[in-house]
Structure formats: C-alpha cells, structure tokens
Design a protein around this ligand. Sequence first.
Ligand SMILES: [Fe+2]
Ligand SMILES: [Fe+2]
Length: 264
Amino acid sequence: MPENVTLLYSGDVVGEPGRRAIRQLVGPLRNRHRVDFCVVNGENAAGGSGITPKIFQELRDAGADVVTSGDHVWDNKEILPLVGVESRLLRAANFPPRVAGAGSVIVEIPSGAKLAVLNLMGRTFMRNLDCPFRVAEREVERLRAETPLILVDMHAETTSEKIALGRFLDGRVTAVLGSHTHVQTADERIFPGGTAFLCDAGMTGPHESILGREIQPIIERFLTQMPQRFEVARQGIRFNGALLRADPSTGKALSIERLNLPLE
Ligand SMILES: [Fe+2]
Ligand SMILES: [Fe+2]
C-alpha cells in the first residue's frame, strides 16, 4: 500500500481574483506539501456566479484535479454542455435523479490509490433537494466498495447541518469539508471515528469585500432594499482551504490544517 496521501482543498473560488489565487498558489502548495490530489469548489469562479468550460479548464490547468460546486452551479449556462460529459466537474449528488451530471467521481491518484470525491448540498435556508443524509449514506456505501479515501464537499448554509453530516459520516469518509458561506470557520478537527472536519473552508478570492463582492452596493441594498449590481471585489486576495493527510489503507484522516493565505 502506498504511503499517506496528502489532499488540498479550496473553498469557493470567487471570480478572476479567486482564479488568480488558484493559478499562483496551488502549484507551489502542491510542490511544498507533496500534494497528491487537489479539489477546488468552482461554483463562483465565473464573475462570481457559476463556471464556464474555459474556466473549468483554467482551474484544471492550475492544479485542480476535481472541481466541485453548489447552488450557483447552473448560473452560467455555458457550463451546461460540459455537465455530465466532464466527470471531474461535480454538481451536488442530491439533485433529483434525472438532473444531468454526477455528484461523485473516483479518480486514481499518482501513488496508485483511488480517491472518491462526493459533492452534497444542504437544505436548510437553501433549495429543497433530496435529503443529503440519505443520499450520502447511499453514495458513501457505493464509493467505499471501491476506496476508503473519500472527500465530501458539503455545500450548505448552516453550521448545524454541516456538523450533523460530518458526525453522521464519521468513520465512513476521510473528510467532510464545508463550502458555500465564503466565511472560514476555525473548527478544524478529526472526529473520533477518523473523519476530518471543517465547517466552512472559506473563500478563495477578494476578502476586502462582502463575501467576495464590492462592499458599497451590498450595504446600499440592505439600506434601501433596491436592486444593485454586485461586482466582484478586487482587493485582499486570499486562498482559503485545507490541507489533509490520510491513510489510504483505512481512509482515516491523520491531520487537517486550515489554510488562509494571502496572495502576495
Ligand atoms: Fe459560493
Ligand atoms: Fe453556494
């Protein structure tokens, strides 16, 4: 069995500034930490909303092995032809059954081990998808028949739903990493069963912002309730994510380190 595997994850990548951080930081991070596999959440990579085939390729070229997504996955319709064709682009597994695309993928990493990535979406304050817990149970059982190394991107609004999913899957997956809120939490830990957890990995993008968008139009929206254009902000670019080590024979996490790195 190969040695421990190292996984790199990035939370929601926002717009061009977020993609610049991925282009400039993922390569060096991969080298420095001997990363075997990198997962990037690309749901906001195209101008803050959705993703396009060209941007998917840009993230891949920058070192992302699999691109996950969330509620904004369909915002840019250019992506639709790629959904279901490109297996390394995931949408949440708990969309209704006849929705195009897949919510999980198994990829062989260079060391020879297989890594599964499963993308789920929460339901609290979000869309009314199928139950992420029941879908996770079914999907994890299917994936574990192939590999114990499973990384789950739980794209959800509330801390409780994410922690509940992490506890529910403890001992059955390598990691449950949260995305969607664009705000990194400081609760990284390994649960008793060996599942690494981080409630939200945060946002790779401009942090001198409100969740990646220019500050003033959002304040104006709250003050007046009038529609505003929410441009992607430009300043304070940071990479937000996590670095994990895991035992490929058991799938258990050995360490989790939260990453919050400036671009410069
Ligand atoms: Fe997002
Ligand atoms: Fe989202």
